[in-house]
Design a protein around this ligand. Structure first.
Ligand code: UD1
Length: 361
């Protein structure tokens, strides 16, 4: 699959040579296409991890040469880094996973992989990294109590969830809280294995930046959806799960009471954010929310998707998952101010397209 190239990237005065790790995956494919469109020279490293891929990899990603290899393998990484200016590191295991047997694989792929990559970059004098991070590093979102002001609630108790008390309460007075936008300076509180590995990636790359004088733009993706999203697997996000249900003629099953809020961001916007991060002047380690800036409830998203295909109406089940947080909606202010990035796909338009888009099998 090849693609028309844009003009050579003019912001840096010359073509930038970019290595995209995980560039054959859902988000990586879109990022690679956007980088090529912006005029960059791109090469892709992807391990074809079975959690994300079935069957052989293509020979290229939109015309960018693709090497099958593992980011944990230092000699592969050394070869891929030859002549590279910037690494865009998308390779990771995502999602909640199956069970704790997944733990070594998450830590290996995400943290050992990042460590091998950073060591290789230090050795070969590659000083710029764009890191795919995640909003999961925040844990629960930001909240305000009418009496106590800004507070961070603890993880919700099983007993509260089982009796359908889904809203977290003020840790000081027990009052009902109002959810706020979470900004990049919020306290970090990873609550799953995946979240812990994403935060470790941030910490490792921050240490690397300090020691090498390099720069890291850590893009904290919110809930990404769009064409090419993997079908329903234990590693899929909720949009893909609902989309797969509708395709099979089943109603989306909305957990809790459907009022939990997320920021659903279209994958084409995420790809643009990566291009913006690559072009921006970032000093040291700097995290950025990559989000639409508009909250939607999971119930609203399910209704948009079901409505777009005239499918069965969503069912609100009251089920819950212990690892889930209630609301997490981002402030997009820093990305707008410092990267010049603003998401452009509205939820209704994005879901209408996603309802009919091909999924990755
Ligand atoms: C998701 C991703 C996470 C990613 C983050 C940011 C997963 C499992 N989680 O986190 O990896 O880093 O976005 O992009 O991929 N729900 C239902 N019905 C279902 C499944 C889920 O109602 O069948 C609800 C959940 O209870 C939750 C919400 O949908 O309230 C979002 O779930 P999900 O997309 O799985 O996880 P996030 O925590 O938002």
């Amino acid at each position: 699959m090849t693609r028309e190239r844009g003009p050579a990237a003019s912001t840096v005065g010359r073509v930038t040579h970019v290595l995209v790790t995980g560039g054959a995956g859902f988000i990586g494919t879109h990022v690679t296409a956007a980088l090529l469109d912006a005029g960059h020279e791109v090469r892709v490293l992807d391990s074809a991890h079975p959690a994300a891929h079935r069957g052989p990899l293509p020979r290229d990603v939109h015309g960018a040469p693709l090497v099958r290899g593992d980011v944990r393998d230092s000699s592969t990484v050394a070869g891929m880094l030859q002549g590279i200016d910037v690494v865009v590191h998308q390779a990771a295991m995502v999602g909640l996973g199956v069970d704790l047997n997944d733990l070594p694989d998450y830590v290996g792929c995400n943290d050992l992989g990042t460590a091998v990559l950073l060591a290789g970059m230090a050795r070969q004098g590659v000083h710029r990294l764009v890191l795919a991070s995640s909003m999961v590093v925040y844990g629960e979102g930001a909240y305000t109590c009418p009496q106590d002001g800004p507070v961070r609630p603890a993880a919700r108790e099983v007993s509260a969830l089982a009796s359908r008390r889904f809203e977290p309460a003020c840790p000081l007075c027990g009052s009902e809280l109002t959810p706020d936008l979470v900004d990049e300076d919020a306290r970090l509180d990873p609550r799953s294995v995946y979240a812990a590995t994403k935060l470790a990636q941030e910490h490792l790359s921050a240490a690397w930046a300090r020691q090498t004088g390099g720069s890291v733009a850590a893009l904290r993706y919110h809930n990404v959806y769009g064409p090419g999203m993997p079908k329903d697997t234990p590693y899929s996000g909720v949009a893909a799960i609902f989309r797969s249900s509708l395709e099979a003629g089943r109603a989306p099953r909305v957990f809790e009471d459907g009022g939990q809020r997320r920021d659903f961001v279209h994958v084409s916007d995420v790809a643009r954010a990566n291009v913006a991060a690559l072009d921006a002047e970032v000093t040291g380690f700097r995290p950025f929310n990559v989000a639409s800036g508009r909250a939607a409830t999971v119930g609203e998203m399910a209704a948009e998707l079901a409505g777009a295909v005239d499918g069965p109406r969503p069912v609100v089940t009251g089920e819950f998952r212990l690892g889930d947080v209630r609301h997490i909606v981002a402030s997009p202010a820093r990305s707008a101010a410092e990267l010049g990035f603003t998401a452009s796909t509205a939820l209704a338009a994005g879901m209408a397209e996603f309802a009919h888009a091909a999924l990755r099998r």
